[in-house]
Design a protein around this ligand. Sequence first.
Ligand SMILES: [Mg+2]
Length: 362
Amino acid sequence: MPRSRKIIHIDMDAFFASVEQRDHPEWRGKPLVVARPAAERGVVAAASYEARRYGIHSAMSTYRAQQRCPQLILAPPRFAVYRAVSLQIRALMLAVTDLVEPLSLDEAYLDVSDSPHESGSATRIAERLRAEIFAATGLTASAGVSYNKMLAKIASDLNKPNGIAVIPPAQGAAFAASLPVERFHGIGRATAAHMHALGIQTGADLCRLSRETLHHEFGKQGDFYYDMARGIDLRPVEATRERKSIGSETTFARDIEDRAALYQALLAQNREAFADVQRRQLQPHTLTLKLKYSDFSQTTRRQTLSTAFTRETDAHYWIARLLNDIAPARPVRLVGITYSGMREDSPQQELPLMLDFSRKTP
Ligand SMILES: [Mg+2]
């Protein structure tokens, strides 16, 4: 029986926006977004808590955000500054443990199972880290503490901003059962809709399905959902982590032959895959489309671009084209979309990906 781990998830509060308010005192307490001017048809990279009260959030078009709040302050992004602050925070984390896995500039997992600090209390380590981050940067962070990554991440959102929440091992399963499925790691809109269609709304509903059923409905992700619904997540905190690819695929309940239906199914997988790309702030240059047929043979087609895919819709044209390339008329049982070829473009192409995915304020 493996011993229980101690995982902390640290998430800076409205990170980019908070940096701007810190550096511009006249902007404090006011609705602000980090974004380029609306005329450039950009999207909101981060919204201050004051702006969120107007229903403004990351990834919304700047134009729409300004419509919701005419006095909205637009702070031009300063990614070099955010990176520098992020490194400052990373150094404080590394002083606690080597096992730090950054998810983006403003979020990271820490495995403190073997940490000698604070008599091994993960909760006290997290509180100390939050205080150190504030002292060093003037910015607040929220923390989630639990025995695995999934629950630590959910916990960091519970008392946001500037809060901490702990989900101890004895409460993990009950907590997971109470969650709406949308809150679980890796369940995007399309998967959630698929689950709702099966009558699954919560972790408890998921627990009623067998591993085989979940595998049949959701492919290998189904096994992961089976565990998550029970508060189990065995993914290790990976200190050195280089994402080579991000993908999403689905197995149909019934094989599909119709081209238009296949296209729609691929768009749904693209939505999930690209959401993950954005969450991790990656810049993929290659898109791969996969079809698996009823006889389990499969075919893939890929397209590499000179600049990164920066929007979910960037892929739509290529998905249509790649699908067209594939000889028609064989029943398909599975479709998938994968992004790879992660590398940075020049800074001016960066904005659409540098999103602050901190959730809405409670
Ligand atoms: Mg955040």
